[in-house]
Write a protein that binds this ligand. Sequence first.
Ligand SMILES: O=C(O)CCC(=O)C(=O)O
Length: 269
Amino acid sequence: MTQINNLDKYKKKYDENGFVSPIRIISSEETKKHRATLENTEKVLGNMHYQSKIHTILKSAYELATNKNILDMVEKVIGPNILLHNTTYIIKEPQSPTFVSWHQDLTYWGFSHDDQISVWLALSSADEISGAMYMIPGSHLEGKKEHKTIEDENNVLFQSQWVQEFDESKKTLCSLKAGEASFHHGWTIHSSMPNKSNDRRIGFNIQYLATHVKQLKNNTDTAICVRGVDNYNNFGIDMPADSDDLNSATIAKQKKLQEKYKSIVSSRN
Ligand SMILES: O=C(O)CCC(=O)C(=O)O
């Protein structure tokens, strides 16, 4: 089993730069299994790009989101009591123009505190050609930046938000082999370019919060405690999937959760 050593070293890098990458999470064999689950699901449900709360319909997604290596690193950053808020596949098809504009995750999410961390686990290789993420080191220390709305049909982001004022010359590529992950802070400015490769670029994105964080935009938001204890109960509770067999009742619930999730992250107040 893959095990992370050097958690303290990774945490130091994370604190300095606002991200740490790459960290090996699972073997390439395990990664293939999770990719196959996603792609078998797509044969039934269609393209799964940017669907929310996937861990409520696929056990594979819940297994990844509760992976010990990931949670050990998350705990180092946000402490022992951890909520899983969202999981989503971010997929760029081969030779596709889709990209992600420079942004900070926390801008429109409505959270009371910034004790949040994003994990991006590669289910296929992510590099300069296939459209891996770029990060701006140290940008998490500068707080919230102004985002402009610049509509572009190829931008993956719900609000087409775009940070304009920052030093792009500092950008650092986070190349990942399948089964490796990057971890980034909610104020770290990041983006990604189109996929010019012949394979799908598949990221599995996972969002965690410390249990004391509140959702200020909507008091019916949901999450699930995946490590430690939740003494705050600020969120309703999501039910994790216990199988990869698709079930129409859980899919219907996930669609509702997704609608709510999208309405929260798409509104500006
Ligand atoms: O998948 C990408 O290219 C960008 C993902 C992203 O913005 C994020 O994980 O916060």
